[in-house]
Design a protein around this ligand. Structure first.
Ligand SMILES: NC(=O)C1=CN([C@@H]2O[C@H](COP(=O)(O)OP(=O)(O)OC[C@H]3O[C@@H](n4cnc5c(N)ncnc54)[C@H](O)[C@@H]3O)[C@@H](O)[C@H]2O)C=CC1
Ligand SMILES: O=C(O)C(=O)COP(=O)(O)O
Length: 532
């Protein structure tokens, strides 16, 4: 598999990918145009904040499986476009949290004690001792906007230095804030009470520009520290607020456009301390995020759960071995059901019974959808299948029942076209053999693989012989078969054949021409049926 790395990551990540046998190409500072040309046969792309992974990238990247963000913020990646193209986006949400928190604390002090300014003057021989009267954090109020992983670590550190905490985060509980010793308050209150305000939200449509002139005026003095994302704080408004004395100072690590333009207003105001997006730049953080992303890429290539996938159902590694067979069975059951039902599919229901009902089955359900949609030749995988269902107005339901009548675990995929339904169930026998055990109400025992013929016929003597001889005449070898009939003798029967060879349409038609045959479908479990 081919991995392209377009922002510098730690060698440990590159080595891990190479050790796993993948081809790794680094192209730091690659331009947009060159990226579009290079990405065409790449299977994984690794980025930090320096690469714009937009829709055009996904359009060009037909073999792309995963984009790994060696860090936290994913505002430079078009996740909707990734999902539409079935590409996993994963980040490394833990590895640089402490680095970002420490840098925030460092920037707080740098701003409050004018460390960079004093340093610069001393380097030119000026002993400007009397010009710098700093502000202590001890006894002051810290306002935290966004009390997530980084915000919490910053809060803990600055609280231990004697600060009182207020926080604004509409998505966390009061309990969580309280446990940190922070008072959860409204946004305006947070701005009004903060003597130091630190921003730790992601950049989203909701947070873009959330702090501008009006908000800075509410602060009325004090310091603003932004080590989250440039677009959250309006840069011109911040520069003006510090310049005009509305704020005492600011410290900024991140910019709306990076690298920041040399004429940015933020670079020319005395009391604004700046760093070039260094929050995550420690050895430990870079090693952590690079190896985390390498592991996730390797998992994605192997079809295993991707721990921090942002747009695909993710499964805990410890439960994956238990649910893996049902992920495969759900896909197979979905494929069979879709190939046996005519008409436009309007709903899919996936149900789990027995032990499997006790597990997190989101990935298995996505896999069932993939199975249903694949025979329809839609470009689909478990990442985009739920979205495809939604876009096409297909109802998807998932249900669970802890009891199972006949099997330890059973997964059933039922498809409906509005008039008719068709359900296919699968289980895993002890010893690891997957089996399809029910098709459209018939109790069967079929090995789900390769080429299969499903025939429904009148339950009369000689029908199986007839099918066998027609297949034989066409040199189609039968590898195995299972015959089932509905409740009463002389009613309807269903026979499943596992075949070594494909069944051409004219052979299906020849079988169907016999009046004893009710329905005959040739289906493949490796791709679209060639009779539909
Ligand atoms: N300067 C640097 O090098 C680094 C910057 N970052 C930035 O920090 C951000 C936060 O990282 P984490 O704390 O790990 O993310 P997180 O997801 O753990 O926390 C973000 C918090 O923001 C809150 N939030 C979302 N929308 C909000 C809104 N409208 N108002 C208030 N709060 C809101 C969320 O509820 C969540 O608690 C990242 O998205 C990234 O942009 C992260 C690491 C390094
Ligand atoms: O992890 C993040 O969100 C960061 O902002 C770090 O960015 P970087 O990897 O240094 O470009």
């Amino acid at each position: 598999m081919q991995v392209l790395v377009t922002d510098p990551i730690d060698d440990a990540g590159l080595e891990r990918l190479r050790a796993a046998g993948h081809g790794v190409e680094t192209a730091y500072d690659i331009g947009d145009e060159a990226l579009l040309n290079t990405i065409t046969d790449v299977n994984a792309l690794v980025v930090r904040s320096g690469t714009d992974v937009n829709e055009a990238v996904f359009e060009a990247a037909s073999d792309l499986i995963i984009v790994g963000r060696a860090g936290i913020g994913v505002d430079n990646i078009d996740i909707d476009a990734a999902t539409e193209h079935g590409v996993i986006v994963a980040n490394a949400p833990e590895g640089n949290v402490r680095a970002a928190a420490e840098h925030t604390v460092a920037m707080t002090f740098a701003g409050a004690r004018s460390i960079p300014q004093a340093h610069a003057r001393l380097r030119t021989g000026e002993w400007a001792k009397s010009e710098y009267l700093g502000t202590e954090v001890n006894g002051k109020t810290l306002g935290v906007v966004g009390l997530g992983r980084v915000g919490q670590e910053v809060a803990k550190r600055l609280e231990s230095l004697g600060m009182d905490l207020v926080a604004y985060d509409p998505y966390i509980s009061e309990d969580r804030a309280e446990r940190l010793g922070a008072e959860l308050v409204e946004f305006d209150t947070c701005l009004e009470r903060a003597e130091f305000l630190t921003v730790h939200t992601p950049l989203t449509s909701e947070t873009a520009g959330m702090i501008s002139t009006t908000e800075l005026e509410l602060m009325d003095g004090g310091y603003l520290i932004n080590c989250a994302r440039g677009g959250v704080v309006d840069e011109d408004a911040l520069a003006a607020a510090v310049e005009d004395g509305v704020l005492d100072g600011a410290a900024v690590d991140v910019f709306a456009d990076e690298p920041v333009a040399p004429d940015s207003a933020l670079l020319s105001v005395d009391n604004i301390v700046v760093t070039p997006h260094l929050g995550a730049s420690t050895e430990a953080a870079q090693e952590n995020v690079a190896t985390s992303i390498a592991d996730q890429i390797d998992a994605a290539f192997a079809g295993a759960p991707v721990m921090n996938a942002l747009n695909a159902p993710s499964v805990d590694e410890s439960v994956f071995p238990r649910i893996r067979p049902y992920i495969d069975l759900a896909e197979t059951a979905g494929k069979i059901a879709a190939q046996l039902l005519d008409g436009r599919i309007s709903s899919v229901s996936v149900s789990y019974e027995g032990d499997i009902a006790d597990e997190d089955v989101e990935l298995a359900t996505a896999s069932a959808l993939k199975g249903v949609f694949e025979p329809l030749e839609w470009q689909v995988n478990a990442v985009n299948a739920p979205q495809i269902a939604e876009e096409r107005g297909i109802d998807v339901t998932e249900s669970k029942r802890l009891q199972s009548d006949d099997f330890q675990s059973l997964v059933t995929v039922e498809v409906s076209n509005g008039d008719d339904q068709l359900a296919v169930s699968g289980t895993q026998f002890t010893g690891g053999e997957p089996r399809i055990v029910k098709i459209d109400g018939y109790r069967v025992d079929a090995v789900p693989h390769g080429k299969m013929l499903v025939a429904r016929n009148a339950d009369k003597p000689g029908v199986i012989g007839f099918i066998g001889s027609v297949l034989g005449e066409h040199n189609i070898n039968i590898a195995g078969m299972f015959n089932a009939r509905r409740d009463i003798e002389g009613g309807e029967a269903l026979t499943i054949y596992n075949l070594d060879d494909s069944v051409p349409t004219d052979v299906v038609e020849r079988l169907l021409a016999d009046e004893r045959m009710i329905d005959v479908r040739y289906l493949t479990l490796n791709g679209a049926s060639d009779t539909k």
